[in-house]
Design a protein around this ligand. Structure first.
Ligand SMILES: Nc1ncnc2c1ncn2[C@@H]1O[C@H](COP(=O)(O)OP(=O)(O)OP(=O)(O)O)[C@@H](O)[C@H]1O
Ligand SMILES: [Mg+2]
Length: 282
């Protein structure tokens, strides 16, 4: 059995991933942008943390720093309690993998998927695991001999999820992973991510501007504005009892404009907004 099926019980009460007090400032010609302004993140094993906020609020910058694609001005990063601040993206990539909006461009266009996946696994092939993962994301094994451009956006996104899990990553960092997909593909990817969490104990940070998607998928939600975290809590608390005025505005915007996915009631909680959503947005 592959190691990714084994959950270490000893770690379960501690965060798998932590970012402490991260700061990143960009200097453009005439201005200074505080893209991340003292932000901390704590992700528990087997949980999905949603990060929402308007465009430019710092969501992508935050997860790029967590993945060591960029280095912060200040702050510290920990994986399973071990500090990895200042490490390379390749080092972070052993533990966590990014899933991007445009998954097609994250694959080498000249490489068939079987080779891309072998490389992601660093040559340590596990055909049984690969077969199982493909089945789990509803992709036929014949897709392995195809090139990225021959797949639809949704199929390619599912292949990128397979690659991430097959690589051995325990954390997925999803940046608008469903935003470019149509409603049906989006719903499928969300269902698959939920299943991966349950079957493999994979933990995730799921960045999205769509509160509807986030409310459906995530256990916890963090709301960002101007590089800062303005609210965090269980999805139920943030959706049903928002404390911050900005969170309320985001919720109101979903109610007024509607999203393709709508706003979903949160498990274990009276679905106050769900009722309103169904009435108002259907
Ligand atoms: N490399 C960079 N150089 C200069 N400014 C940057 C750079 N990367 C990001 N920024 C700025 O940092 C801020 C946060 O950007 P970021 O991409 O993290 O926002 P976001 O929340 O992901 O937005 P969106 O929802 O549009 O993807 C923005 O003001 C952006 O212009
Ligand atoms: Mg972004």
């Amino acid at each position: 059995m592959s190691e990714i099926y084994v959950k270490e019980a000893a770690f379960d009460s501690a965060p798998i991933l932590e970012a402490k007090d991260l700061v990143r400032t960009y200097r453009a010609k005439d201005r200074v942008i505080k893209a991340i302004d003292h932000v901390s993140v704590s992700l528990m094993p087997g949980r999905i943390l949603g990060i929402v906020g308007e465009s430019g609020s710092g969501k992508s910058t935050l997860i790029r720093h967590i993945a060591c694609l960029e280095q912060p001005d200040a702050g510290r990063l920990f994986f399973r309690g071990e500090e990895y601040t200042g490490k390379t993206a390749a080092y972070a990539g052993r533990h966590m993998q990014m899933i991007f909006q445009d998954s097609q461009s994250s694959f080498d266009p000249k490489m068939r998927f079987d080779k891309s996946l072998r490389e992601a696994r660093k040559g340590q092939n596990d055909p049984e695991l690969l077969k199982r993962l493909l089945e789990e994301v509803r992709l036929d094994e014949s897709f392995l001999s195809r090139f990225p451009r021959s797949l639809s956006g949704g199929q390619c996104q599912r292949m990128s999820i397979v690659r991430a899990v097959y690589s051995g990553a325990e954390v997925l960092l999803c940046d608008e992973a469903t935003s470019a997909l149509d409603v049906a593909s989006q719903a499928l990817v969300i269902e698959l991510l939920q299943e991966l969490k349950e079957t493999h104990g994979i933990s995730m940070i799921f960045v999205s501007h769509d509160l509807g998607v986030v409310s459906q998928l995530c256990d916890e939600i963090m709301v960002m504005k101007n590089g800062r975290c303005v609210e965090r809590g269980s999805s139920a608390d943030v959706i049903n009892r928002p404390k911050d005025e900005y969170t309320r505005q985001l919720l109101d915007a979903v109610m007024e404009v509607g999203t393709e996915t709508g706003l979903h009631g949160i498990k274990d909680e009276p679905a106050i907004l769900h009722e309103v959503t169904e009435r108002d947005l259907s």
